[in-house]
Design a protein around this ligand. Sequence first.
Ligand code: ADP
Ligand code: MG
Length: 707
Amino acid sequence: MKHVTKKNPIENLPATSSITIRKFKSLGIDTYFDLLNYFPSRYEDYSIISKINQIQVGEIVTVIGKILEVKNQYTRSRITIQKVVITDDTGIVEINWFNQPYLIRILKVGVIISVAGLVKQFGAKIMIEPKEYEIINFDVSIHRSILKHTGRIIPVYSEKKGLSTKTIRDKIFNVLTSIETQNLASLQDPLPTKIISFNNLIAEDEAYRQIHFPDSFDLANKARKRIAFDELFNLQLANNLIKKEWQKEKVGNRFNVETQDFASLQKFISSLPFKLTGDQNKVIKEIINDLKKNTPMNRFLQGDVGSGKTIVASIACYLSFLNGYQSIIMAPTEILAQQHYQSISSLFKNNKSNLKFKIPNVKLITGSTKMTKVETQNFASLQKNQYDIIIGTHALLSKKIKFNKVGIVVIDEQHRFGVEQRALLKEKSLNPHILTMTATPIPRTVALTLYGELDLSYITEMPKGRQIIKTFLVPKEKRSKGYDWIKSQITNNRSQVFIVCPLIEESENETMKSLKAVTVEYEKLTKVFSNFKLGLIHGKLKSSEKNQIMDDFKHRKIDILVSTPVVEVGIDIPDATIMIIEGADRFGLASLHQLRGRVGRSDRQSYCFLFTENTSEKTISRLNFFCKNNLGTKLAEFDLNNRGAGNIFGTEQHGFVNLKIANLADFELISKTKKAVEYFVGHYDIKDWKGLEGRIKGYQGKRILSD
Ligand code: ADP
Ligand code: MG
């Protein structure tokens, strides 16, 4: 878009109330360019402009005429009708609005209006049921290009924060025309001409015009293609450049993996109560290879729930320890940090006395950690390297903790470790190796697009002896039978049960609504399972309360734990063998899979039951697919192809993918843009492309940790 106006603050919009401006701002729209990036969700075709004597019943047309009569009519049923009669040089027609008495003040006799609507017949009378109208202060024979709401294909926007589609359309139209009248055609398109022509793209400013006010549906399509291309191109270019920058970095604390301490690592591995899987070994090799290098590792490890990522991370941390450095492990919640602390500490409890290896000191630091006076005093202990592996939440970084020689940072269940977090590390003069881990199954193509700056590792193989979790979609009429079965399982097999309440809203935060829903469900369930101990957990509890409940559950003081979906990641309760998911249709398959992964963590047979009120064929077949498939990536691919990418990431990471038009399931476009990025970095220097540089900053800036 044209340089001069794109940065114009939204406050400069002519004839716009401060209330409207505030509403735009609350949508994150601060500039003209932001506004132009608020894309329509669909279009209405009002492009047929007809003379009044030519309109046909059943047709959607735009007519333009001068108002002859205006009347407000009251009916007995309290409905008011605004009757307006207009004329052009061929005839007259009546238009009726309902319950909009204020129109009488706007639509005065003599005013010229353009109305788009459906032509209808009432008895002998032909009338127009209006969809949109606008007042035009010009001659009836004006060119249609000044029409915003009628007489063309018009954009329909999603109405948020009380902004009507009409207001949004109006403001976007003004911005586009103000850009046009400046006639700054000489300004550069952000993409090089070669890339534009090779990929058959239309110019960017044309794309912005056509995506909002298309001259045809074909052009609207071309506009979408261009903008989608740019989105994927910019995202991948941003990643590419981050990766290049990263490769110039020098690691703060160099590892020496080849020392005799390596023997200690072998002993540590031999001391484990299990044999590592092939995939675990493969990933450990990849990591060790990275750790040998002078550039910091930036690796993304993906592995299904229960695939054993923790031990892989622990081995990396152990190497760091053997090299005399500290490690930091960050989890998204305190519960998970706690769990990591417990399982990692126990990994290092050497039970095989014939194996002598160095044992690191593991420390948990959370908001609720009570530190001794000595510990608090300038954290002397940490600085003296008394603690080798420090586990906490993502808040660890922002704490005023002085770390000493950090070799590696492990981030669990966080898809983005952004530029800003890295800056935080650098502030602490650390430049460690970074290992990010997730159980979210992300199809490889998607991962390569979204995380192109990272090196990817996969664990697809599950540890031996894991049983497949038997999964069933339970029809409504079998619910109470199901409950009876669960009761017998608790009584006879000491099973523990999770019951997850439905997702109420797809929002990042747990809303009061979800809280209410879960509380109601809990009350109901306490009656159904009156002989058992139930617990309730949700995000609004204090973390000490949550810890207490999880602890009680772990120690079997609770049989059935009722929870909101927010408490979903990573909890490890080996005796929990039954997972019930209410409102299963509201979850993406990847999220369902995460939930299912809460059970099946021991060698006992585990079960997952899905409940849904939605009996549409599509839902049933989707949920049945889930019942029959246990591989996370397969489920994610299914959802990617059937429901788009939004579902893969569930609720907690919502909105971090900065793509508005492009579809991550569009593999063809992904591969096209990838090639274009390769061409770009091979032939150009980003410094000469200021427009692009500005754009990709948007992508880099969006990588923010939720914490
Ligand atoms: P996740 O990948 O979900 O973080 P964890 O690391 O928590 O999985 O591992 C899940 C469980 O599997 C743990 O109890 C862990 O001790 C166990 N485990 C990990 N690797 C193996 C293996 N190779 N063989 C058997 N059990 C394993
Ligand atoms: Mg884990």
